[in-house]
Write a protein that binds this ligand. Structure first.
Ligand SMILES: Nc1ncnc2c1ncn2[C@@H]1O[C@H](COP(=O)(O)OP(=O)(O)O)[C@@H](O)[C@H]1O
Ligand SMILES: [Mg+2]
Length: 310
């Protein structure tokens, strides 16, 4: 099946600023794609180009095979959108809001079923201005679903929400995927992408600096796994000599780099064979968060150096 979203050589300039600077990616149907990046990275600009709300400066964009800018009307019937900072009329209730959208889109969706789906049925008749941040986002999700969309575009749907409300939104996103929909999710929460996304692209200053599944990105850009053992410098020296492993003493512990999973067993066997005293051990591996912080840090350092050279 062809891609739900296809982007090639996309550029968006605002005056001299290249907010999106030559990016490409594609999103297979029925998957969750997370577009990760710090504030100002170019996430909303890209998202709104995909939704047909902004015009690309350069590049090729296809959403469900359509050109979002030229074929917006056809596209809008098939996608659902929650804009960043979703707001609605203050006095309207969730039920009325859905009825309003239903009339607008000429759909037959059952407001109650939709509110159940986003776990907001108990607030069906509450005024918008009395809803919590999480409940407002759930209404946004419900409205994005009124036209039974093939793709849902969610621009930072959990920013500013408490952990409980964020989890509730995650549950809805998982349901959307189970229903076979494609989800395009922007976020600056790394663990959210790690938990929900099939594929992730990390965008920084308009450029994609890493992409793939969370595991692939960690493998490609993360530090190797490490085993940390409570032991003496003598143990570090022993491991270094007998395994050729890189073993160093860090914070009073012996830290050994593992180049693959099987190494853990070799290290433990060598430790036992050394006859030297040791106690507990832990293994650690980079998270997407560690990788992100490092990649963005490296990019910023590079940018500073370039800016600093005459
Ligand atoms: N309409 C606009 N006019 C000028 N600059 C803009 C406009 N929209 C966004 N920008 C700039 O483009 C960059 C990317 O913004 P945005 O896409 O909103 O990033 P993100 O959603 O990742 O925070 C920022 O530097 C922002 O200030
Ligand atoms: Mg944004």
């Amino acid at each position: 099946m062809s891609a739900a979203i296809e982007v090639e050589g996309l550029v968006k300039r605002y005056g001299t600023l290249a907010a999106v600077d030559g990016i490409e990616f594609s999103v297979p149907p029925g998957t969750v794609f997370s577009f990760l990046g710090p504030n100002g990275a170019g996430k909303t600009t890209t998202t709104e180009i995909l939704e047909g709300l902004r015009h690309a400066t350069e590049g090729e964009v296809r959403v469900l095979g359509l050109d979002p800018w030229k074929e917006g009307a056809a596209l809008h019937r098939r996608i659902g959108v929650i804009p960043q900072d979703f707001r609605f009329f203050e006095k309207i209730t969730p039920k009325e809001a859905i009825e309003y959208y239903r009339a607008l889109f000429h759909t037959r969706v059952d407001p109650h079923a939709l509110l159940e789906q986003v776990e907001l049925a108990d607030k069906a008749d509450a005024r918008f201005d009395t809803l919590s941040g999480g409940q407002k986002q759930k209404l946004g999700l419900a409205l994005a679903l009124t036209n039974d969309p093939e793709i849902c575009f969610l621009d930072e749907p959990t920013t500013g929400l408490d952990p409980h409300a964020r989890r509730a939104i995650w549950a809805v996103i998982r349901t959307l995927k189970r229903e076979g929909r494609t989800v395009f999710l922007t976020t600056h929460y790394l663990e959210e992408a790690e938990l929900l996304a099939d594929r992730v692209a990390i965008i920084h200053r308009g450029k994609i600096i890493a992409s793939g599944s969370p595991a692939e990105i960690i493998r490609a850009h993360g530090k190797p796994a490490r085993m940390s053992v409570e032991g003496s410098p003598a143990l570090a020296a022993y491991l270094q000599m007998n395994l050729g492993a890189s073993a160093v003493v860090e914070d009073g512990k012996v830290s050994v780099t593992l180049s693959d999973k099987g190494d853990a067993l070799k290290v433990l066997t060598a430790i036992e064979a050394s006859g030297l005293p040791w106690s507990s051990f832990t293994t650690t591996q980079d998270t997407l968060d560690d990788v992100f912080v490092r990649l963005v840090g490296q990019m910023d350092e590079g940018a500073l150096k370039t800016e600093g050279t005459p």
